[in-house]
Design a protein around this ligand. Structure first.
Ligand SMILES: Cc1cc2nc3c(=O)[nH]c(=O)nc-3n(C[C@H](O)[C@H](O)[C@H](O)COP(=O)(O)OP(=O)(O)OC[C@H]3O[C@@H](n4cnc5c(N)ncnc54)[C@H](O)[C@@H]3O)c2cc1C
Length: 417
């Protein structure tokens, strides 16, 4: 078969690229190494799929993606968060916007999103081949001539799109193998690193807090005694550190900082109150509990598991009557509540990372078409590109927009290179 486009990788980006190219009339082959498409897609958003971010101002959207964000301008203009919502809603998936402008299917099922894409591929006559692991790209005269699968089969197409994702959650299929092919064919790769990843801390007792979730807290990141960044929202303690939306969002910056020096987290458990007001609140609580012992007096301030740790770290005798707690001791407690320090040991690895930061360098890709500037019949979409965003639907939108940009280039009978 002589295909107009062979898409490697049947994740969010690959399915969108292949479906759109098929819709434009191209003869398309989609190769996926798993026995089915969208293995990662169905676990997104804890199985609910945060399909996009309802941020309809393109400038604000790219502003959230850091320095590399402006690369996405054209692709977002072509296929914006509104287009994503229209795409799925017009195909029968009702969507809802939750807190933080996060968009989910009303059904709460990521599978509904996958179903739409599978139909999109079928309706547009895309040839889908599962259990088809691409081993290598063969270059001839500066162009990709063919691709070879691990089982020895070969496929020839006029154009090729690499949508193999990053290196995160490799059990879903994204192992980062394409970075090796691409380095060999002359593309520069920004070294992949885990991003949106939990943080491991040095404090061993942290495992006692495993599973304790925190709402409406503020976490600050410190280096050399200076605050570097902060986030407000939800977090959770793990068996070796911290995770949850705000920790994941801070992880990229923490990773950068760790390259130069030690990093500390400072949790403010009561960000709505400044030190003085919190101290007043504690005094009021204490006046109502004056005959209780210290360890039984913190229930109104903290979850149970945290109380044990607070009692220990405050240095206050747990059996002391509240009446006898000194002003200094109380201030120590308030200090812990406002600035609970943890020393960061490292970021967790790729297998716990929601996404991979790094990938194909942006100045080697045409932002309008996602076409390689080095190999004329090669395209990229999704996480393989050196572009990533915070939690909240940004990363799937990157996959939809770049996938659509790839597919949109093709017309019936086209020869693009
Ligand atoms: C647990 C988790 C939850 C997430 N939740 C959200 C969320 O709610 N919202 C959001 O915006 N983002 C979320 N993300 C991020 C989002 O899933 C990714 O950004 C997105 O899936 C990237 O799409 P992709 O198509 O580029 O890569 P992938 O989805 O990783 O797809 C790549 C595909 O390529 C295939 N492949 C790889 N190598 C080969 C090969 N050699 N031959 C053939 N096929 C190959 C893989 O098997 C895979 O199917 C989440 C990620 C994780 C891990």
């Amino acid at each position: 078969m002589n295909y107009d486009l062979a898409v490697i990788g049947g994740g969010a980006a690959g399915m969108m690229a292949a479906g759109r190219a098929g819709e434009k009339g191209a003869h398309v082959l989609l190769l996926e190494k798993n026995d089915r498409l969208g293995v990662k897609l169905v676990i997104t958003g804890k199985g609910r799929c945060n399909v996009t971010k309802a941020e309809f101002d393109v400038r604000k959207f790219v502003g959230q993606l850091g320095q590399n964000g402006k690369f996405l301008f054209s692709a977002l203009h072509k296929f914006s968060p509104q287009d994503t919502m229209d795409f799925f809603e017009s195909r029968g998936v009702c969507l809802k916007i939750e807190r933080g402008q996060r968009v989910f299917p009303v059904s709460g099922k990521a599978k509904d999103i996958l179903e739409v894409l599978l139909k999109y591929l079928k309706i547009n006559s895309v040839d889908v081949l599962a259990k088809a692991e691409v081993k290598d790209l063969i270059i001839k005269n500066g162009k990709i001539e063919k691709i070879i699968l691990c089982d020895g089969k070969e496929f020839i197409a006029k154009n090729y799109a690499i949508c193999t994702g990053g290196k995160s959650y490799s059990d879903t299929g994204s192992t980062g193998v394409a970075f090796q092919w691409l380095t060999r064919v002359g593309h520069a790769i920004v070294a992949p690193s885990p991003a949106l990843v939990p943080v491991i801390v040095r404090e061993k007792w942290i495992k006692e807090l495993e599973g304790v979730s925190l709402k409406n807290v503020n976490i600050k990141v410190f280096q050399n005694g200076k605050k570097q960044c902060e986030r407000f929202g939800e977090a959770i303690f793990t068996n070796n550190g911290m995770s949850g939306p705000i920790v994941l969002d801070l992880s990229k910056k923490i990773g950068e900082l760790l390259k130069s020096n030690e990093v500390e987290l400072g949790i403010d458990f009561k960000p709505a109150l400044n030190f003085e007001n919190l101290d007043k609140r504690v005094q009021k609580d204490f006046s109502e509990l004056k005959n209780k012992i210290f360890k039984n007096s913190l229930g109104m301030l903290l979850p149970k598991k945290l109380i044990f740790i607070f009692v220990r770290l405050s240095g206050i005798d747990e059996t002391k009557k509240i009446n006898n707690v000194t002003k200094d001791e109380r201030k120590r407690l308030v200090h812990l509540l406002k600035d609970f320090r943890l020393k960061v040991k490292s970021l967790d690895g790729f297998n716990k990372a929601i996404i991979t930061s790094g990938g194909v360098v942006l100045n080697e890709i045409d932002p309008k078409t996602m076409r390689s500037k080095i190999i004329p019949n090669l395209y990229f979409a999704g996480e393989i590109i050196d572009l990533d965003g915070p939690t909240g639907g940004f990363n799937l939108q990157i996959a939809w927009s770049t996938g659509f940009a790839v597919g949109d280039n093709f017309q019936t009978g086209c020869i693009l290179y």
